[in-house]
Design a protein around this ligand. Structure first.
Ligand SMILES: C[S@@+](CC[C@H](N)C(=O)[O-])C[C@H]1O[C@@H](n2cnc3c(N)ncnc32)[C@H](O)[C@@H]1O
Length: 245
């Protein structure tokens, strides 16, 4: 069995087949909401994946950059015609060591559960690094799961047919972690299996962590539709401002 961290193996080129609803159309709507909520200027998408929000934010006139660890997703990005104008602005890197100078960005976004992968220390490093690269008064948007929503609706197993492919997902809870074992069976290829193991943060836990990183929590929504956060909201979307001085 591999001893590599799960996040270094889970996000292959077939991520797009597993999460087809996380597409460019939805990213455009989400980017529009973030811009409406004050995102502007030089913006980093931390854990940008195949770049759907980068494309959408660049279309909205922002000066974007992206960081991701997955070589396969970054290759996909570089091969997409829609991404031609952002491909040169993406680097492979580890989100715990944000590869930008101190106070060099106006905004940082971390979208679709790209947080909660790295243990207590690593998760805090990611938040500390996010604050470090922002100008004082700069904005971060953090979009994570709402643990109560995940717990109440967990589907232990699902089998989804996508064209010729079969996707089997087994989900379980272990304390604050939600685990998923994924098997993708595609015609003519050996099945690929991987796991995901994401630490879910209760709202109060997240508040303590972002404060410790030097952020002021300005807003928490239940999703990109701008609905107020409620105990049963699907998501927690936070707008954070790096403290001035
Ligand atoms: C759930 S996906 C979200 C991707 C993208 N934000 C989106 O909305 O489509 C999480 C992303 O985090 C990236 N990732 C995982 N561990 C990372 C790390 N240590 N440093 C940088 N990126 C990482 C993965 O490669 C993947 O693209």
């Amino acid at each position: 069995m591999s001893t590599a961290p799960w996040w270094s193996e889970a996000f292959g080129a077939d991520y797009v087949d597993v999460y087809p609803h996380r597409d460019l159309a939805s990213a455009r709507a989400e980017a529009a909401f973030l811009v409406e909520q004050g995102l502007r200027g030089r913006v980093l998408d931390l854990c940008c994946g195949w770049g759907r929000h980068l494309i959408a934010l660049a279309e909205a006139g922002l000066d974007v950059a992206g960081v991701d660890f997955s070589t396969e997703l970054l290759t996909r990005l570089r091969n997409m015609p829609e991404a031609a104008h952002v491909a040169g602005r993406v680097v492979r890197g580890d989100a715990r060591r944000v590869p930008f100078r101190d106070a060099s960005l106006d905004g940082v976004v971390s979208l679709f559960s790209s947080f909660g992968y790295f243990g207590d220390e690593g998760d805090q490093e990611l938040l500390d690094g996010t604050a470090r690269v922002l100008v004082p008064g700069g904005l971060a948007f953090l979009d994570v799961m709402n643990p109560a929503f995940v717990r109440s609706g967990l589907v232990p197993e699902s089998r989804t047919r996508r064209g010729e492919a079969l996707l089997v997902e087994r989900r379980s809870l272990a304390g604050a972690f939600v685990r998923k074992e994924v098997e993708l069976q595609q015609a003519g290829a050996p099945p690929r299996t991987w796991r995901e193991e994401v630490r879910m943060y209760e709202p109060a836990e997240l508040d303590a962590r972002v404060r410790a990183a030097g952020f002021r929590l300005e807003a928490r929504w239940g999703g990109f539709d701008g609905s107020p956060f409620l105990p049963d909201s699907p998501r927690q979307l936070l707008r954070l401002r790096r403290a001035v001085g």
